[in-house]
Design a binder for this molecule. Sequence first.
Ligand code: 0PR
Length: 361
Amino acid sequence: MQIEPQAFDRVLSSMCTEPHPDAREAAERFLATNPGDPGTYPTIATLEDEAVAMLGELTGLEEPAGYIASGGTEANIQAVRIARERAETRTPNVVMPESGHFSFRKAADVLGVDLRIVPTDETYRADLEAVRSCVDEQTALVVGVAGTTEYGRVDPISELGDIAASVDAMLHVDAAWGGFVLPFTDFEWHFGHAAVDTMTIDPHKMGQAAVPAGGLLARSDELLDALAVDTPYLESTSQATLTGTRSGAGVASAVAAMETLWPEGYRNQYVRSQRNADWLADAFEQRGYDVVAPTLPLVAVDVPRSTFDALRANGWRISRTATGELRIVCMPHVTREMLSSFLADLDRLEAPVSVPKPGDD
Ligand code: 0PR
């Protein structure tokens, strides 16, 4: 097979990125290992413990429970599953702001829970009044997002925790994308800041690990126990993961990326990405576009549909929010040069077309 994967030089829509060279190398070495069978593959199982311990360090948790999942979707499904298992009612509901990721829709569907979606406010964050009036005795879980997929916003996590506690529900924070940049901001988002029970934080997004490496964290082993099933013919006795055979490459690459980059490498990356996002937002504003000011390295801007289509036709990998704004995620592979070249294409495409006069060649 001679085909090479596509380059990253025009990718502005992805929440994944080029893995760090150390992560790539570790992934290749551990390609044939299965952390789903720790009795047979003890080395990768030990590495997974390390990965979870390091994720705990990022998220204010001294003795974290958790595992490296296939991605944010699996981690979110499992968090809903924990809440459902622990709920006393047989008709549990989950309350989530509309900015929550669509993986919760899958979770609700698979797990048979009622997903209640509440509006966000004018700052694109969970509307606390709406959450308060939506929760009830059947609420098993309240979801807050720390780094929303569309606008990079951080919900008021601590207040959501209070609301969850008022009805004896759990609090899950989805920091799938934001988790590796938030440690360098003033946001209050993690286990050390608020009554968070479970969290999604994905090394394969801002963590610069290879795909697949998602992260599910829980405040205590007891929460994870809600997921455990017996594994009669394995040397280990139970399994809390959703999938069986899992990617040792993902686990090893997550450890390698975190060992190399935590904390200074990630801090430098955050600063660089945030500067790029702020610079890009300014550049759009100077051109007269409406911009949703970036609070994390993600810019949303209102450009006409025809311009968006023309940029895509020019090879730019860009995507849109549900309401149609162009969305640019300043991932590690996104450089200032790329953004300048993107803006040059935008200027060229938006320039008034000069209509040739009769007689012109
Ligand atoms: N939670 C949040 C906040 C997310 O942004 C995402 C993914 C997930 C959970 C689910 O994670 P997994 O995709 O790992 O299961 N957000 C992006 C999306 O679905 C991911 C993405 C990745 C998009 C690569 C494009 C891309 O090229 O839109």
